[in-house]
Ligand binder design. Structure first.
Ligand SMILES: [Zn+2]
Length: 74
């Protein structure tokens, strides 16, 4: 049987605990990065003032935030 003293057991316990937190943090961070990716259909290009903007609410026609022109998806 493996014999370890009390301080080694505490150190091992803390090491495993920190490892678990680190692994959880890395995986949750990767998921957050995936959520931040932007679909190309949300990027709009104004035909009047050439302003590029993001609108996730509209699908077919969107209003330009700079000049107010109505833009249609190509
Ligand atoms: Zn515009």
């Amino acid at each position: 049987m493996i014999s370890i003293d009390f301080s080694q057991a505490i150190a091992l316990y803390i090491f495993i605990f920190i490892d678990a937190i680190l692994i959880f943090w890395i995986f949750s961070r990767k998921q957050k990065d995936k959520d931040l990716t932007l679909d190309a259909k949300f990027i709009w290009f104004c035909s009047v003032c050439t302003y590029t903007y993001i609108n996730t609410r509209e699908e077919a026609i969107s209003t330009c935030p700079r000049c107010g022109n109505y833009n249609k998806k190509n």
